[in-house]
Design a protein around this ligand. Structure first.
Ligand SMILES: NC(=O)c1ccc[n+]([C@@H]2O[C@H](COP(=O)([O-])OP(=O)(O)OC[C@H]3O[C@@H](n4cnc5c(N)ncnc54)[C@H](OP(=O)(O)O)[C@@H]3O)[C@@H](O)[C@H]2O)c1
Length: 286
């Protein structure tokens, strides 16, 4: 299959390029494609004629999104609408990445694909609007909602990832405060990329939640990182209110891989096993 990846040097993009290597992969970085340039994007897709486009690009600095609405919607919504139109016109399957931040109710059990979204911040609204454009414009699509990504490449849009940030702060001997009242499922991009590769092969288009299994708070995630790596920093739990981030966040945004399970494909590791694998691959474990 000829598969074009947008955001190929990002955290997820890097793993996708590796995992899809037995296909004919066209790996485009931000230098090679600007999704906000609608005409150029159409020309690039017309030129390559891929069978599948995977869009990992996003403006996802969640707190900055609150003040940068134009930039946020340009990348996460309008560019996605354009991609959906091009893919529909050219008969391309569009795989689009979305987020757990489309949810934000009082629910305390994992969200399924059929649950009603209720984004609490600008980022979530912009990503949900992008999803709707994909659903309504491009017939053959996969929308993949995931959460708390970390991967060997580090998020280029965020300058690293949570795991590396924790390890760095611990090695610098700084006190570390992490919120314990936001529950999620951290997800290793390598496992997510493998699942996307499998899903593409099924041809079972639609909306999918894809995360590692289990759940934890950011604080617990940090605690387990240090336990596995053997670091003993001054780590303490804090609250979302005390932390005072600009964007509102849901206290609970765990996703249930319900549609994957229906296909018999929900065999992702627990978040702890995935973290251990990541730490080993990054050389953090002896
Ligand atoms: N990170 C998370 O925790 C998380 C959680 C849930 C869902 N997601 C979703 O998962 C997807 C992948 O996330 P990630 O962590 O892999 O992100 P990432 O590492 O920041 O990768 C995004 C890639 O897209 C490129 N890009 C950004 N803006 C672009 C534009 N206007 N035109 C073309 N390319 C552009 C980036 O290039 P430059 O960096 O060079 O600009 C980068 O290569 C995103 O859609 C995100 O919304 C992420």
């Amino acid at each position: 299959m000829k598969i074009l990846i947008i955001g190929a040097n990002g955290q997820l993009g890097t793993d996708l390029v590796r995992i899809l290597r037995h296909h004919q992969v066209i790996a485009l970085t931000h230098k090679e494609i600007e999704v906000c340039n609608h005409q150029e994007t159409r020309k690039i897709l017309e030129g390559h004629k891929p069978e599948v486009v995977v869009n990992t690009s996003a403006y996802h600095r969640v707190d900055l999104c609150e003040d940068h609405l134009e930039e946020t919607f340009k990348v996460n919504t309008y560019a996605v609408r354009n991609l959906a139109e091009i893919c529909q016109d050219l008969g391309i399957v569009l795989v689009h990445l979305s987020t757990d931040y489309v949810f934000g109710s009082e629910k305390k059990s994992p969200y399924r694909e059929k649950d009603l979204p209720n984004p609490l911040n600008v980022y979530g609204v912009s990503k949900l609007a992008g999803e709707y454009f994909v659903r309504h414009i491009c017939q053959r699509h996969f929308i993949i909602r995931t959460s708390g990504l970390y991967g060997v490449a580090g998020a280029s849009g965020k300058g690293g990832n949570f795991v590396e940030l924790m390890i760095r702060l611990a090695k610098e001997g700084r006190p570390i405060k992490v919120v314990s009242d936001q529950i999620l499922t951290p997800t290793y991009t390598k496992e997510l990329a493998k699942k996307i590769a499998q899903l593409i092969e099924t041809g079972q288009y639609g909306l999918y939640h894809v995360t590692n299994n289990g759940q934890c708070s950011w604080y617990e995630f940090a605690r387990v990182i240090f336990e596995l790596v053997g670091l003993h920093p001054d780590l303490s739990a804090t609250t979302t209110e005390e932390f005072g981030a600009k964007a509102k966040r849901s206290p609970y945004s765990v996703l249930e891989n319900a549609n994957l399970r229906k296909l018999g494909l929900d065999d992702l590791s627990s978040w702890r096993e995935a973290l251990e694998q990541y730490l080993r691959e990054k050389g953090h474990l002896k």
